[in-house]
Design a protein around this ligand. Structure first.
Ligand SMILES: *Cc1c(COP(=O)(O)O)cnc(C)c1O
Length: 369
């Protein structure tokens, strides 16, 4: 069926930056700049500056940023890594595929890691924490870093949904050993396919990730220094991302405007729980990767939205630890479980038209009349 308001609108997105994107692709193709050329170096430098760190390294996905972070940090068999269940499954996979053991804890009411549960999850075997900055809002890294320091733990930030988010001066992806970003098309900075990056201030991590993403190959001396992977960010993608990064501050402003409009239009509906508004939470600067509302009548409401032509997604209707194949069913996480039964993600992207925002609000009001 044809939606009245789509969940994302890639054609509209590219229409607005078409000539610049075309120019970047033309330049790469006409010069044959396809792998690890200037466009990648330039984008990495710009991204590092944006995140406020020494280094950014392009990778083929956010998933690989997580995987390679733990690997380069030496996390492996016998180690425990604490993270949340309320996340995209790749966060947990990165632990399992490094042969370590995931310890899942609950989230707080704002859907970020419940820091008060962290201490109890840490054992003698714990080596790392992966806070997930979900929906464009940061986990309180000041608190996470403090606990990590006390217990001598590595912190890998899953910042895949939070490029540009901050708490005060603390930027997402800027204070962990690494920050992991995704450029999946629907992400706040999306490329035309898959892509990701890792940020760090650590020289040794930078050197190791550079090797791990490129078969362990040190190009200037022709040496193989370790076994590695093929996890490079394509040069064409880097060229496009470099262009888009310049628009990102404006796009974030627009996302926050849309969040304010949703907030204003929906706050009087008693059956809905809204995310924290853009001006509601002190020094939190949320970038609204997603706008996630909650309703006890979720399934009925979601069907109504669909019937009225509003495309939504549910992230996630069944928590990771309830999928038997993942072997995590021993965890009992009541807040995560409740969130999974009630969440709906509404359309949220800079290209949304005013009428579309108004229409989504009207449909939600109509349901609750
Ligand atoms: C998107 C996402 C990832 C994975 O990124 P990919 O680029 O799709 O591999 C990891 N964690 C979270 C929280 C994400 O939203």
């Amino acid at each position: 069926m044809a939606y009245k308001v789509r969940f994302v609108n890639y054609p509209e997105h590219y229409k607005r930056i078409w000539s610049e994107v075309r120019g970047a692709i033309d330049e790469c193709l006409s010069k044959g700049d396809l792998i690890a050329r200037k466009q990648l170096d330039d984008f990495e430098a710009d991204l590092a500056k944006f995140v406020g760190v020494k280094y950014a390294l392009g990778l083929n996905s956010g998933t690989d940023a997580l995987l390679l972070s733990l690997k380069a940090a030496g996390i492996g068999k016998g180690d425990e890594v604490v993270t949340v269940s309320h996340t995209f499954v790749a966060t947990i996979m990165s632990i399992v595929f490094n042969f370590a053991t995931p310890k899942l804890i609950d989230v707080a009411d704002d859907m970020e890691m419940d820091i008060s549960k962290l201490d109890a999850a840490i054992t003698k075997k714990t080596r790392a924490i992966i806070p997930v900055h979900l929906n464009g809002r940061m986990t309180d890294m000041r608190a996470v870093n403090k606990i990590a320091k006390e217990h001598d733990l590595v912190v890998v930030e899953d910042a895949a949904q939070a490029l540009g988010a901050r708490i005060g001066k603390c930027k997402s992806g800027g204070t962990g050993l690494t920050g992991c970003f995704s450029f999946y098309p629907a992400k706040i900075l999306g490329c035309a396919g898959d892509g990701g990056a890792l940020t760090t201030n650590d020289d040794e991590m930078m050197r190791n990730i550079k090797l791990l993403r490129d078969h362990g190959f040190k190009r200037d001396t022709n040496e193989l220094l370790m076994y590695g992977f093929n996890s490079r960010l394509d040069n064409i993608q880097a060229a496009m991302l470099g262009i888009k990064l310049r628009y990102l501050p404006d796009w974030i402003t627009r996302r926050r405007q849309i969040a304010a409009k949703y907030e204003k239009g929906l706050r009087k509906i008693s059956g809905l729980k809204l995310p924290p508004g853009p001006d509601a939470s002190g020094d939190y600067f949320d970038v609204y990767q997603n706008y996630v509302i909650r309703s006890e009548k979720r399934d009925k409401l979601n069907a109504f939205l669909k019937e009225k032509g509003v495309e939504t997604i549910l992230s996630w209707p069944k928590p990771n630890h309830h999928h038997p194949a993942l072997g995590l069913t021993k965890f009992k996480l009541p807040v995560t479980e409740k969130i999974s039964r009630t969440v709906i993600s509404l359309p949220m992207y800079p290209e949304m038209f005013e009428e579309e925002i108004g229409y989504v609000i009207d449909v939600l009001k109509e349901f609750h009349e």
